[in-house]
Each structure stands twice: as structure tokens, then as C-alpha cells.
Design a protein around this ligand. Structure first.
Ligand SMILES: NC(=O)c1ccc[n+]([C@@H]2O[C@H](COP(=O)([O-])OP(=O)(O)OC[C@H]3O[C@@H](n4cnc5c(N)ncnc54)[C@H](OP(=O)(O)O)[C@@H]3O)[C@@H](O)[C@H]2O)c1
Length: 242
């Protein structure tokens, strides 16, 4: 395992939720952290929560190639890319699919990840890695309405396997979380979140829904373990078992 002390880590999605948890944990391990998101207000709030002056915040939309290119030019050489960014998935029954919504979702999550990889390779230091985020929806798709999110999340496993071969010895991995208590849930279900979490928390072996701090160590492990590549790490409290 290599140390993260002094390593430069970019967290795309670091202003909220899982990405914020990764940024906080990487700082605790002595890394230099850059957080990225679209909203400058969210970035500013995250910077304050992480401790003024401890991180660099760069506004960028990973669905916009000019933004992505500018991001990596601004950061320069770095060691690990973590992408947790994402927006609430489409949840329409297939016959009622809103195609503009689907295209926006796929652009932000999948095409955006391809663009991050495309531009990251120019600046990634030897010994570095990329980590993208999929999720439980590929294994336990919501019914009805889960087809698109399951397809997108599932594709990341194969993205990492192919890219790990192409970019070797640079490592490429995926983290696949189960439900995590983040701001995204407030957006999707609002106040009903507590009820959803109590119900699912009571069903899964871990006995509760994850917090971002439960998930962050999976990203840190993948950054630090030089023998992990082309892999999808599931961290879901046993949610795939129920
Ligand atoms: N929470 C869960 O239960 C769960 C479970 C499994 C998988 N996941 C997946 O994990 C990922 C992170 O989820 P989360 O719960 O941490 O969400 P979150 O709390 O809403 O955070 C999402 C982050 O991504 C950023 N972002 C969104 N679109 C972006 C874009 N186009 N370019 C740059 N930044 C962007 C957001 O900032 P801006 O809005 O300012 O851009 C924010 O920082 C998602 O892909 C989600 O599907 C989540």
C-alpha cells in the first residue's frame, strides 16, 4: 500500500455526498485535494466544511468537454482521479421515458466519465489511478423505471476492465455503493427519506444505511493498493444479498 501523503487527488463530485466524504478522508491522509462540481455555491460551502484553505475548488461540468479540458490544464500533474459526480437517475416506466432527461443523465454520468478519462491521461503521474462510481441500481434495479440507470451503472464495470488494460500500468477501478445517506436523496424523495432508510436499513445485513464516511475507505484503498486494477468493489452493507 502506498501512502497518500502529498499526493494530489481530484474529486469530481467532491462538493457533496460520497465525493465530499472521499475529499475529507483524503485530507485526513495528508493528500492535496481538488474538489470539482458545477455549482460555485456548493463548492464554497464544501470548502468551508472541509476547512478554509485546505482544498482547491474548481467549478466544471463533466458533461462539457471544454470544462473538462480546462480542469486538467488548471490542476496540472496529479496522482488520482476520483469521479463520484452524478444526478438523480431517470425513474420512468419504459413506455413513458423522457428522452431528453435520459440523454442528460447519460451525458453527465457516462459520457462525462469518458471525457474525464480522455483528458486525465495527459496529466496523470506514474503510479496513478482513476476511480469511477457505479452503484447498487445495476444489481437491484428499481422496478419500474430502473432500466436506464441499471444499464449506465452496469457499464462502468466493463469501462474499467477495458481501460485498465489500455492504460496499464495506470490503474482503473470502480466503487459500487449501496444506498448512502447523501444530499441526492433529499432531491429524489425529500422528507420521505427517513422512512425509506428505516425500511431498507432494517432489511440489509449492516442494519442501517451507509454514511459517506463508510464508503470513502473503499476509494482510499483503491488509490493505495498498487495491485488493484480493472476491479469493481462493492460496498453496500450486504444490500445485494437481500
Ligand atoms: N447516494 C446513494 O445512495 C448512491 C448509491 C449508489 C450510487 N450512487 C452514485 O454515486 C454518485 C454520487 O452520489 P451522491 O449521493 O454523492 O450525490 P450528491 O450528494 O448529489 O453529489 C453529487 C456531486 O456531483 C456533482 N455533480 C453532479 N453533476 C455534475 C457534473 N455534470 N459535473 C460536475 N459535477 C457534477 C454535484 O455538484 P453540482 O450539482 O454542483 O455539480 C455534487 O458535488 C452518483 O452517481 C450516484 O448515482 C449514489
Amino acid at each position: 500500500m502506498t501512502s497518500l501523503t502529498g499526493k494530489k487527488i481530484i474529486v469530481v463530485g467532491g462538493s457533496s455526498g460520497i465525493g465530499f466524504g472521499v475529499a475529507a478522508a483524503a485530507l485526513e491522509h495528508g493528500a492535496e485535494v481538488v474538489i470539482v462540481g458545477r455549482s460555485e455555491d456548493k463548492l464554497k460551502a464544501a470548502e468551508e466544511r472541509l476547512g478554509a484553505g485546505r482544498v482547491t475548488a474548481i467549478p466544471a461540468d463533466m458533461a462539457n468537454e471544454a470544462d473538462v479540458a480546462r480542469l486538467f490544464d488548471a490542476v496540472g500533474a496529479f496522482d488520482h482521479l476520483v469521479a463520484t459526480a452524478g444526478t438523480p437517475p431517470p425513474n420512468f416506466p419504459i413506455g413513458e421515458t423522457d428522452m431528453d432527461f435520459v440523454r442528460g443523465f447519460v451525458d453527465g454520468k457516462l459520457i462525462g466519465s469518458v471525457m474525464l478519462a480522455k483528458h486525465a491521461v495527459r496529466k496523470l503521474n506514474k503510479g496513478g489511478s482513476m476511480i469511477f462510481t457505479s452503484g447498487i441500481n445495476k444489481d437491484r434495479p428499481p422496478v419500474p423505471g430502473g432500466a436506464v440507470v441499471a444499464t449506465v451503472a452496469g457499464s462502468f464495470t466493463y469501462f474499467a476492465r477495458a481501460l485498465a488494460l489500455e492504460l496499464a500500468p495506470t490503474r482503473v477501478n470502480i466503487v459500487s455503493p449501496g444506498w448512502v445517506d447523501t444530499e441526492m436523496w433529499d432531491e429524489i424523495v425529500g422528507e420521505a427519506k427517513t422512512g425509506y432508510f428505516e425500511q431498507m436499513g432494517g432489511r440489509i445485513p449492516a442494519g442501517r444505511i451507509a454514511r459517506p464516511a463508510d464508503i470513502a475507505p473503499a476509494y482510499l484503498y483503491l488509490m493505495q493498493n498498487e495491485f488493484m486494477t480493472g476491479e469493481t468493489v462493492h460496498i453496500d452493507g450486504g444490500q445485494r444479498l437481500v
